[in-house]
Design a binder for this molecule. Sequence first.
Ligand SMILES: CC(C)(COP(=O)(O)OP(=O)(O)OC[C@H]1O[C@@H](n2cnc3c(N)ncnc32)[C@H](O)[C@@H]1OP(=O)(O)O)[C@@H](O)C(=O)NCCC(=O)NCCS
Length: 175
Amino acid sequence: MGPVRKPTTTIELRDGLTVVLRPIDDGDRQALHAYLDGLGPMARQRRFLQALPHVPDRLLNMLTAPAATTLVLVAMHGEEIIGEAILGPDAHDPAVAHIGYSVAERVRRRGLGRAMVGRLLEVAGDRGVSTVRADMAADNHPSAALLSGLGAAMRFEDGLIVAELECCPRHLVAA
Ligand SMILES: CC(C)(COP(=O)(O)OP(=O)(O)OC[C@H]1O[C@@H](n2cnc3c(N)ncnc32)[C@H](O)[C@@H]1OP(=O)(O)O)[C@@H](O)C(=O)NCCC(=O)NCCS
């Protein structure tokens, strides 16, 4: 996967809340820390597939200064981060990209997770990626339902659910 286009867009959630999706930047570190802290240990574990009782600096570094081939999106409500999502290349196969995402608990089930994944699929498609993959804990039903609703093929592998989406006609992923 080559360097990715960095889209900024404004969306409206199901209840009318206006949210800006944009690439993260250096100045977001404090807001990101507050957001990830507020997610709590269980959602952090689901998002990052490791126990994270606290938000480590290395995670903030990784998300706020991603490699050129990686896109980190933040969902902004005013100055507050209410969601984040990442699209990164596979280490071996340029036709494959990996995604991860999370949404603040108080704004879940309003379509933000689906909108962020949709945006990542559009970027991936633009960049010539043919398969987008997400790995999630075997009990992560919300995430599995989100991706299966977008048409992902699901399988179990090494104790995780692996979801794969073929990229990516725009009409299937529009927010
Ligand atoms: C998974 C997560 C990102 C979903 O975010 P969200 O904004 O609530 O998702 P959406 O509102 O876009 O939901 C899209 C669809 O996913 C499914 N879904 C989402 N949450 C669900 C839940 N709790 N139970 C069942 N289905 C659910 C539904 O099909 C939903 O469509 P519908 O509301 O029209 O029925 C959110 O629950 C989260 O942050 N979880 C913790 C972190 C995580 O697990 N990340 C994924 C690991 S990669």
